[in-house]
Design a protein around this ligand. Structure first.
Ligand code: NDP
Length: 246
């Protein structure tokens, strides 16, 4: 596991948006950020899940979160701009953006891959991250040390048979991270990095490996050290890196 012990108030006063916050790793990250003092903006497509997380965070006495119901498959440029305007009015800046939501698509050979599923996976995993990040950059520039984190995968570093659009989208994610990190390197205090969570006990993992006993893998809450590290001030000098959670 990534070796980092986060101070209790690591993220006090920080405003952090998490995509795919309703379930899996995104849910654990949002809750962990809130537990370390951040005001979290919970973006996801299933309102019930976001509301139940909102209630958990409130009941725990962490800073009051905000909810943004948005389907990244269909969201338009206009909706991203509206979101940026709302956050600008509410908070005036953004200190962290965790691009976490992803679509797995299907596990099949390229020869048989359904082009409509290909497009859907690329839309959620690549295009939506681009549009959201672009829309939020002006707000991230308002922070003294903002952190943008993308979510990669082992199949985004070494291609593997039958992982299709998902693997290709994760290569694109690593590439996007490197391009943006390089652009911002000398012109802004914003840092841009990737996390590869590694095998983690979530619905996506169960769908990808239906025969695997779920207990084989760590729970999302267990892989939080690197998620906290990259959002807090201790990683100020880290830019353009792809880190492993495990
Ligand atoms: P889950 O499927 O458990 O959770 C994904 C979350 O993203 C869900 O809350 C889901 O919403 C949301 N989401 C999916 N599609 C959309 C959409 N179109 N619009 C808005 N929200 C959406 O996945 P994990 O937690 O396992 O994965 C998180 C990240 O980690 C992903 O980027 C994944 O690729 C990566 N990863 C995971 C690994 C693992 O072993 N789990 C390994 C390597 C990488 P809803 O709740 O409505 O379904």
């Amino acid at each position: 596991m990534f070796d980092y012990q986060a101070p209790e108030q690591l993220l006090a006063g920080r405003i952090i948006l998490v995509t795919g916050a309703g379930d899996g790793i995104g849910r654990a990250a949002a809750k962990s950020y809130a537990a370390h003092g951040a005001t979290v903006v919970l973006l996801g497509r299933t309102l019930d899940k976001l509301e139940s997380l909102y209630d958990e965070i409130e009941a725990a006495g962490y800073p009051q979160p905000a909810i943004v119901p948005l389907n990244l498959e269909s969201a338009t440029e206009h909706e991203y701009m509206e979101l940026a305007n709302t956050l600008e009015q509410e908070f005036g800046r953004l200190d962290g953006l965790l691009n976490n939501a992803s679509s797995l698509g299907v596990r099949t050979a390229i020869e048989n891959y359904d082009p409509s599923i290909w497009n859907q996976v690329m839309q959620v995993n690549v295009n939506a991250s681009f549009m959201l990040t672009q829309a939020l950059l002006p707000l991230l520039h308002e922070s003294s040390d903002a952190s943008i984190v993308f979510t990669s995968s082992g199949v985004g570093r070494k291609g593997r048979a039958y992982w299709g659009a998902y693997a290709v989208s994760k290569f694109a994610t690593e590439g996007f991270m490197e391009v943006l990190a390089d652009e911002l390197e000398n012109t802004s205090p914003i840092r841009v990095n990737c996390i590869n969570p590694g095998a983690t006990r979530t619905q996506m993992r169960v769908t990808a490996y239906p025969g695997e006993p779920p207990q084989t893998n760590p729970a999302p809450a267990d892989i939080m050290p690197v998620y906290l590290y990259l959002m807090g001030a201790d990683s100020k000098e880290i830019n353009g890196q792809s880190l492993n959670a495990q």
